[in-house]
Every structure is written in C-alpha cells, then in structure tokens.
Write a protein that binds this ligand. Sequence first.
Ligand SMILES: *Cc1c(COP(=O)(O)O)cnc(C)c1O
Length: 429
Amino acid sequence: MFDNSLKAYEAAKKVIPGGVDSPVRAFKGVLGTPPFIDRGEGAYLFDIDDNKYLDFVQSWGPLIFGHCDKDIEDAVIKTAKKGLSFGAPTLLETQLAQEIVEMYDYLDKVRFVSSGTEAVMSAIRLARGVTKKDDILKFEGCYHGHSDSLLVQAGSGLATFGTPSSPGVPADLIKHTLICEYNNIQSLKKCFEESSDIACIIIEPIAGNMGFIPASEEFLQECRDLCDKNNALLIFDEVMTGFRVSMTGASGLTSVNADIITFGKVIGAGMPVGAFAGSSFIMDHLSPDGTVYQAGTLSGNPVAMAAGLVSLQKLKSMPSIHAELNKKALRLVEGLKKAADANNIPFVVNTRGSMFGFFFCEKEPKNFKDVASCDFDAFAKFHNEMLKKGFYFACSQYEAGFISSVMDNKMIDECIDAAKIIMKDLKNA
Ligand SMILES: *Cc1c(COP(=O)(O)O)cnc(C)c1O
C-alpha cells in the first residue's frame, strides 16, 4: 500500500541526497520510508498511493488552520496574481510587522527573512553587534536552525564549550558557542563564570526539538537575571512556539521578557517566512540605519507576507482559539496515556496551546539527556503502526506534535482508538 511512495523514494534518492531536502523527512529515526505527499485537505494528508492520514505534523508547525485554509489560499492567489516578487518595499510587510508589534509591549520593530534558520542566525549577529561580544550560549537539545555557530553538541564530561555536531563546521567558530543543560541553573551559572564575553543566551522557552519540554519559570528567570547582570541579550527562539502555544507564543506564558524574539513557521502559514523582532534600540543597529549587516533578495516576499497576515488576523479574531486547541491536545494525549497505562507501558505527556508531546518514559524528561533514556524502539513501533492506520505523527521522539483548528473530537477519538490496539500489541511484542 506504499508502492508508489517506495518507487518515488528510490527515484528521489538518485538525484537528491537521501531523497529528501531536509533530513528528518527521511524517517530514519523510525526505520521507515516516507510517504510522498500528493495533497492536503483540512486535517488530512493524502499520499501518492492515496492513503489518507490525520496530520499531527502540520508541515512541522506552520499550518495552525490545517491544509488549504480558504482565507489563506485566497490571499495567496490574489497576491500572486499581482507579481511574485519585487525586491522593493510593499504595504504587506508593514501591515504584518504592525500586527506583530501590537501584540507585545516590548517589541517595536520586526525584520522579515525567509526561514527560521535565517531569523536566528541574524538575531545572533545582531546580539553580537549590539553587545560587542562574541560568545553565545545555547542549550543542549534546543534546535535553532542549521547555521554554523548553532550546530554544536555538548562536549564530553563537564566541558561547557561544545564541539561541532556536523563536519564542515569549523571548531574555531564553535569555540564561541557555550553549551549548557536545559532546565539546569547550575550549568547556566557555570557558563557565565567561564566566559565574560557572552553576547546572548538563545533558548527555546518551550523546547520542541528534543520532544516537547517546557523550561521552568525559575530557569527562564535565571536566564533573564544572568543576561541583565552580564550585559547580554536574551533571545527567545519562538520559530516553533510563536502564535502556536498562545497568541504571543511561549513569551505569553511566562513573565520573563526576551530582548529579541525569532519567529518562523506559523508566521508564514506554510510559505517561507522567518522574522526577528526587538525594541527600537536593538533593532536600529541593523543596516541600513545601523551597522549590523543583514539582507535578503526574497525577504518580505509579498505572497508569503499575505499568507502570514491573513493567518495572524484570523488568529486574532478568535481570542479563544488557543484554549480550544489545547482542549483537543489534552483530549488526545490523555487518551494516548490511558491506552499506554492500560498496558503498563511507561508513557508521559504534556501540552501547551496547540502543541503536544509524548515520550515512552517513566519520568517526564527535563533535558536532552533525559530524552535519550526514553524507549526509542517502542516509539518507532508505535509510529509505524499508527502510520499504517492513517495517523501521521512526527517520525522522531525528538519532535513535538501539533493540533490544527480543523481537527475535531471525533478525529481525535479515532486516533485514540487506534492507539489502544497498538499499545496492546506493543505490550505483547
Ligand atoms: C524549525 C525551527 C528553526 C529553523 O527554522 P527553518 O525554517 O527550518 O530554518 C529554528 N528554531 C526552532 C525553534 C525551530 O523549531
């Protein structure tokens, strides 16, 4: 029943490295082969063998209104007919920037780019430019795109300076990236003791790239305090959580304010958009007003801006949408947990707004090392069997899940019913 996809995968592998344009799509984590997608419709995906899946991946986050939302589609088509790109200012960019800064007391200006990677890379250059310092601090397990300085893994033992996590990243460059443990205040303090040259902390305030793990309020507050004491900037990477976990993302769920927030995913509603925002003082360091260089031929692309604008306006017009999506997320994870519990399978769950996560684990993971001790075998089996039954979850325990507004309770209950059968089989395996 995956015949066409299997053939397509073989053909793709001949001309595209690994057959995919982003590695996670290759299903390596679950030892599967990826269905090739033909189309989306509302809450569902259809592959080229005409299998239908309830989609909990949502293009890895952007599609909070599901596939082919009529309003977004109309705006995209209407804008595309006026020309795809001008490399000159358009009204849409100002409108989208206005929508964003209106939501936050402490953000004045936004710069648009074309991906989350670019947003974070530029935010870090800006932080370095503003503070005139070189080191950056990130947390093990947080993902901030694939730019050089951020492809770092923890060194051995207690080393706070990381090592490159990919060939091609110069160790010379990585010596400016300190790495500490998420939700671990001691580890954070140690980094500030070791370097007096820290330009910024970059953090996913709710991590979605080592599975779903929120940072504690106490931990975020410590990040803020250490930045203030050491003249460093705090960057919240909300590429995944922005407009997803609440209207103002993870920032809206904590009393801690960041200096720079990066956006992506939902902000483009499926079109390639990223953005970073901060106070006028910080953002005015960017060229052309300031000296920190940053640019992009397709930045602020009108079609992408139109999609983002409609999407944010729609969200704003539905003040209870995140609460409603969270109810559905809770219904799903509580149902999955019950199914696991009934078979004595260790399983923990969590949600914020329209995001959810689950781990095959005894105890809720607080950091990357905790996740590594979860049962990846059980996850892979669960994933493969759910896929066969028509439920499309992210193909790695290191990823989060997403609810879209077009998912209803009946769809979620169907998913839980399928999980009940699979959990029973998992126990007997
Ligand atoms: C997806 C993601 C990125 C990278 O965004 P791309 O658009 O894939 O470049 C950066 N940070 C976080 C938190 C993400 O989830």
